[in-house]
Ligand binder design. Structure first.
Ligand code: PLP
Length: 479
């Protein structure tokens, strides 16, 4: 098979880079989303795949992007994207991604990608220090970090390491059915999914009540739940506090939770998928309070660290924990470097065997922006959220559903008595999304409908948040 020649690739590659640059430059003029109809994309494409090569791959690709993909895309990189948590794909990170694909190395073992492995170790050790995670989470300190595809995978492998630490013959016998995992109703669904995938069954899920008037796990209730379970012959495997819940950005009291969990030998996995990277800023270091007591800590680069999906950091305090649970070495993967015990084989830190050189895009982001640039971006988003929260406080037609958390503002429309008005809140969010200048998503808090404004897209500036606020007021007033 004749692939593109390097010269053809150069020509087409320039054209595609131009397309991406134009797309990004023009994004603010597009609606964030033009609601597509189900089937629209399938109907726009021929049913059969092409038997023969296209006369010009560049024309075909650009045509597909312009005519089919863009009209049916929710534009996550749009400056008016305030939904879910933004997935901020900086252009600097894309450069590293292109290089990773270009080299096309498979980093399952150190020996199959020495550069990818060691670059990843250096980036993860350096970031642990920059975030203020203790030395114990670095390779130098006996722990170590890895890049997972997502926080969901991080939670799964942490759970497998927890199972292994608790009962080393788990690898031979599987689970007993008596394992229990402690979380809250606001813990991300990926933890429940990990529990299902690991074969524990949903009976293993133990939601712990909140401390009254908060959305955070009550450590006393956790202690009681664990005590009752242990008395009943059940086995606490893992406790999952969240630093920055997806719903409202609430921060579970990690220190108090870890102190309870450690007494029972349970693994503590901190899910800080969105908020954890804010610890780069000294003023947000309190997010890490108690993390020195936990077993694993996860935060996404692909939400708020300017890095294109997928890149999620998982640090563990015991560098042997994941390999002990996951390593399987068939003859064809045996090699001298592994046998020497001097290298890290990242396949043992994840579910799949193969892996890309994800560290390249992190290196690109960190080198391109500097840690100071990443801190500036986080501070800018937090300041914009603070500004928006101030406007909401000063306007009787709105209320804050809860205090803002970092760059997340949760707001509601009020009725004549100043109480939350679910129907009006729901209608307002639909009206904003229908206009297409901004995109919002919702949550439910204490049974009431809440609009979430998650600030964090690379392209978002003050004027975009101001424009969102103007739209919220105008549309609330029926304009
Ligand atoms: C987004 C999110 C996740 C899942 O993140 P992925 O990296 O997409 O798997 C998990 N936990 C929290 C708290 C999140 O906000």
């Amino acid at each position: 098979m004749a692939d593109l020649t390097p010269e053809e690739f150069r020509r087409l590659g320039h054209r595609l880079v131009d397309w991406v640059a134009d797309y990004r430059a023009g994004l603010g003029d597009l609606p964030v989303t033009a609601p597509p109809v189900p089937g629209q994309v399938r109907d726009a494409l021929p049913a059969a795949l092409p038997e023969d090569p296209a006369p010009d791959l560049g024309d075909a690709l650009v045509g597909l992007l312009d005519d089919v993909v863009v009209p049916a895309t929710l534009h996550w990189q749009h400056p008016g994207f305030f939904g879910y948590f933004p997935a901020n794909a900086s252009l600097a990170s894309l450069l590293g991604d292109i290089a990773s694909g270009g080299i096309g190395a498979q980093g399952m073992l150190w020996s199959t990608s020495p550069a990818g492995t060691e670059l990843e170790q250096v980036v993860l050790d350096g970031l642990a220090a920059a975030l203020g995670l203790g030395e114990e989470f670095t390779f130098a300190g006996g722990g170590g970090g890895s890049l997972q595809d997502s926080a969901s995978s991080g939670a799964l492998v942490a759970l497998l390491a927890a199972l292994h630490r608790l009962t080393p013959d788990w690898r031979a016998t599987g689970v007993s059915g008596r394992e229990r995992v402690y979380l809250s109703v606001d813990t991300h669904s990926s933890v429940a999914k990990a529990v299902r995938v690991a074969g524990l069954g949903e009976r293993a899920l133990r939601p712990v009540p909140f401390t009254p008037d908060t959305q955070t796990i009550d450590p006393a209730a956790l202690a009681e739940a664990m005590r009752v379970d242990v008395e009943a012959g059940l086995v606490p495997v893992m406790v999952c506090p969240t630093v920055g819940t997806t719903s409202t950005g609430a921060v579970d009291p990690v220190r108090a939770i870890a102190e309870v969990a450690v007494a029972h030998g349970a693994w503590v996995h901190v899910d800080a998928a969105w908020a954890g990277v804010a610890a780069l800023c000294p003023e947000h270091r309190d997010l890490l309070d108690g993390v020195e007591l936990v077993d694993s800590f996860c935060t996404d680069a692909h939400k708020w660290l300017m890095t294109a999906f997928d890149a999620s950091f998982l640090w563990v305090r015991d560098g042997d924990a994941l390999p002990a649970a996951l390593s399987i070495t068939p003859e064809y993967l045996r090699n001298a470097a592994t046998d020497s015990g001097q290298v890290v084989d990242y396949r043992d830190w994840q579910v799949p065997l193969g892996r890309r050189m994800r560290a390249l895009k992190l290196w690109s982001v960190i080198t391109g922006h500097g840690l100071s640039g990443l801190r500036d971006a986080i501070r800018e988003h937090v300041a914009l959220a603070g500004w928006l929260a101030d406007q909401v406080r000063d306007d009787a037609a709105f209320r804050l559903a809860t205090e803002p958390s970092l760059s997340l503002v949760c707001l509601q429309v009020t009725d004549a008595d100043g109480a939350p008005d679910d129907e009006a809140t729901r209608r307002l969010m639909a009206a904003v999304n229908a206009e297409g200048t901004s995109f919002l998503t919702h949550t439910v808090l204490d049974g009431r409908y809440v609009i979430r404004v998650a600030i964090g897209s690379v392209a978002t500036e003050r004027r975009h948040v101001e424009s969102l606020w103007a739209d919220l007021r105008r549309l609330r007033a029926g304009g």
